[in-house]
Design a protein around this ligand. Structure first.
Ligand SMILES: Cc1cc2nc3c(=O)[nH]c(=O)nc-3n(C[C@H](O)[C@H](O)[C@H](O)COP(=O)(O)OP(=O)(O)OC[C@H]3O[C@@H](n4cnc5c(N)ncnc54)[C@H](O)[C@@H]3O)c2cc1C
Length: 438
């Protein structure tokens, strides 16, 4: 039996989870006895939820266990900024491949419609708002990145609006940004609530085990261990994001990078007067190391920025406090008139990156399948990769699956300590360049 040494941790006060607009009504099920299933899916983030859901649809007679060390909505899937992005997240049109970009866009849109269908069928309020998104620049020198993005959109025939000056200020309630490109298809959600809603919607042949951390595994016998208890299956899916190397689901491919977010308390009274006629919005930055910002449907402001390379795959209070200071400064630059508004929640979560931005999607050991490295866009990507992994496992073939297989070859990354040194150097440089976009 191989022992697992690094486990998911909570990493702060999880804003989306704590402020979910839906109440949990079903009990928490943990692994308390030895059981056998046809399939075990490890990781109940968007990827694992999707893989388990599609396997259950394709094989309604099969038994499926979906297991997570945390509660659904507490993992990285419930900690992100809540953008379900329809278009390729690509600022650079140099060497762009329009055919591949269109395929990614179609897969993203497929994922959005599947998620939309699920949350509608549950009737859950997950703060689902198809309000598009702004890719925005504060500094003159970053406006050229908007041009690269516009060129990519032109290549794939996507419409967009260029906004600046008072028009942009009236949309956002801040005059911080000089120029932005607005695209319409992006959806904003409370991601913890959405994950929770999907998990409730899973067919009856899926058992969701929460607060059940896998402490060891044996891939020959397909057993996963939870201390003294064991689950066994014919096939196993690893949807464990940055923890996939821990399960030996891939080697020397993943660069886990911590990033952090803070959410204010709801704005009220005079504070809200600054946002008169402003609808909920989301801004991503014209520089990859800049801040993501949202004005939420419950009138909060979200700021996401700062990076850490933490090989232990866990953050700590000191690092979360450091990130919170950066969030405060970014918040005050954009909303100086809200200086009395505190952050209510600050947390960290892991982006799982690869060098060439391609995900892991393969059978890594006979009967063990791995999906990892969403490279920062995991709500849509995890949903379609999980879906097509299930399709592949039952032998279905399709053009979409062929495309996914042909674009899932992440480049080699050197082992520690070189990985952390290299990633840290690159991130420090990018954060220096981002400056005013932070
Ligand atoms: C602050 C932040 C902002 C982001 N913003 C966005 C955004 O706006 N839009 C977007 O699309 N993406 C965003 N991302 C990225 C996105 O959150 C990830 O790509 C996504 O969560 C990946 O989903 P996943 O299901 O593959 O992995 P995860 O959500 O990480 O799920 C993996 C699960 O495996 C479980 N697990 C691991 N080890 C074990 C074990 N030993 N036993 C049992 N369970 C285990 C974990 O608990 C976890 O729940 C952001 C990420 C962060 C951190």
């Amino acid at each position: 039996m191989k022992k697992i040494k690094r486990f998911p941790t909570i990493d702060g006060s999880l804003g989306w989870y704590e402020t979910m607009p839906i109440q949990r009504t079903h009990p928490v099920v943990q692994v308390t006895e030895n059981r056998t299933f046809d399939y075990i899916v490890v990781g109940a983030g968007f990827t694992g939820l999707s893989a388990a859901g599609r396997l259950a649809e394709l094989e309604p007679q099969s038994s499926i266990a979906l297991v997570d060390a945390l509660m659904v909505g507490q993992g990285t899937s419930g900690r992100n900024a809540g953008f379900i992005i329809d278009i390729p997240h690509n600022l650079d049109a140099t060497n762009a491949d329009a055919i591949a970009d269109i395929q990614v866009k179609n897969l993203n849109m497929f994922a959005i419609s599947r998620l939309d269908h699920i949350r509608k069928s549950q009737g859950d309020n997950v703060y689902w708002h198809q309000v598009g998104k702004y890719l925005a620049a504060h500094e003159e020198k970053h406006i050229k990145n908007l041009d690269g993005f516009a060129a990519m959109l032109d290549n794939i025939n996507m419409s967009y609006f260029v906004m600046e000056g008072s028009e942009l200020k009236n949309k956002l309630g801040t005059n911080y940004y000089k120029k932005a490109i607005f695209t319409q298809g992006n959806v904003l959600v409370n991601p913890a609530a959405l994950a929770h809603s999907i998990s409730k919607n899973l067919p009856d042949n899926v058992v969701v085990f929460e607060n059940s951390k896998i402490t060891g595994f044996d891939w020959n016998t397909k057993k996963v261990f939870f201390g003294q208890k064991v689950l066994q299956a014919n096939k196993i899916v690893l949807a464990t994001n940055s923890f996939t190397e821990e399960f030996q689901g891939c080697k020397s491919k993943l660069a886990p990078i911590y990033t952090y977010a803070s959410l204010t308390r709801p704005l009220a009274g005079k504070e809200l007067a600054h946002f008169k006629n402003v609808s909920p919005w989301g801004v991503t930055s014209a520089h990859p190391a800049g801040s993501t910002v949202r004005f939420t449907p419950d009138n909060r402001i979200l700021i996401r920025n700062s990076f850490d390379v933490l090989p232990e795959l866990s953050s700590n209070q000191q690092r979360i406090q450091n990130a919170k200071k950066h969030h405060r400064s970014s918040f005050l630059k954009r909303f100086p008139f809200l200086s009395a508004v505190p952050f209510e929640h600050s947390w960290g979560g892991m982006l799982c990156m690869t060098r060439n931005h391609e995900p892991v999607f393969n059978e890594c050991y006979p009967g063990v399948f791995a999906i990892a490295a969403m490279n920062g866009v995991g709500i849509a990507k995890g949903t379609y990769l999980g879906y097509y992994m299930a399709e592949m496992m039952v032998g279905n073939k399709s053009n979409n699956l062929n495309f996914i297989l042909s674009s899932s070859s992440p480049n080699w990354i050197p082992p520690e300590p070189f990985k952390s040194i290299g990633t840290n150097m690159r991130l420090s440089f990018e954060q220096y360049l981002a400056k005013g976009e932070k």
